[in-house]
Design a protein around this ligand. Structure first.
Ligand code: SAM
Length: 236
């Protein structure tokens, strides 16, 4: 199960179906927190993860979010084994250097497109991030994109009503694709630009991650979409 993954690899053989083989034990250990005071996601005394960074790469976003939301548990999900190991070591080092801090972030190596539902309950997540996802340029590979109308139904399932989904890319075609998928989905509505300006997380999207910093160094354009999970109209 410790195959090395290429950057764009998300084929069926990549990841075991048994989540326990996908570092879930580490994850459970890592998410234990000192101050489990987050009200919305504390059920039966057990704090639950509220933010998920899908395809988190080297973990830059988690590291930035951790001190901003010290009482919120968040997890990165990353397909590549070596990259997820790097993130795990990075978090451990930060915890060692900063006693009492960075206890609220963790990492799972998994194929989030396939196994997301193994990790979260219905309505659990307050925020989901898809920052600079792999573009899968060729049309026949569009089905591998991490945002699609079908996958949005899965994301909507694990998101709380009112939760926010953030995407950003430097690939215009992908940015338009993600926006079109979100516009087409009845359980998501675009967050107004005024509201986005007031959201401190939005300012992180462009440069918190390693990929974002690379794009910024090259003065590349970015295309972002910020959408809210809404209740289904039939449910009222
Ligand atoms: N979000 C990070 C950033 O902005 O720096 C990483 C961006 S990188 C271009 C895309 C990442 O998504 C890669 O690290 C890749 O391994 C990961 N990835 C691709 N498909 C995935 C999947 N199905 N589940 C989890 N991670 C995935």
């Amino acid at each position: 199960n410790d195959k090395e993954f290429s950057r764009d690899c998300c084929s069926e053989e990549c990841v075991s179906k048994d989540p326990s083989l996908n570092h879930e034990a580490d994850f459970m250990e890592n998410v234990s927190v000192k101050n489990p005071s987050e009200v919305a996601n504390v059920q039966r005394g057990q704090p639950k993860v509220s933010f998920a960074d899908i395809g988190c790469g080297f973990g830059g976003l988690l590291v930035k979010l951790s001190p901003m939301f010290p009482d919120t548990l968040m997890v990165g999900m990353e397909l590549r084994d070596k990259v997820s190991e790097y993130v795990k070591d990075r978090i451990m080092a930060l915890r060692k250097e900063n006693p009492g801090q960075y206890q609220n972030i963790s990492i799972i190596r998994t194929n989030a497109m396939k196994y997301l539902q193994n990790y979260f309950q219905k309505g659990q997540l307050q925020k989901m991030f898809f920052l600079f996802p792999d573009p899968h340029f060729k049309e026949r590979n569009h089905r591998r994109r991490v945002i699609s109308v079908a996958l949005l139904a899965e994301y909507a399932h694990v998101m709380a009503v009112g939760g926010i989904l953030y995407t950003i890319t430097d690939v215009q075609d992908l940015g338009e694709w993600m926006k079109a998928c979100l516009d087409a989905h009845p359980l998501f509505e675009e967050v107004s630009s005024q509201e986005q300006e007031l959201d401190p997380v939005v300012t992180l999207l462009k440069r918190a991650t390693e990929e974002g910093q690379k794009v910024e160094r090259n003065s590349g354009d970015t295309f972002q979409s910020v959408y809210r999970r809404v209740a289904s109209s039939s449910a009222g």
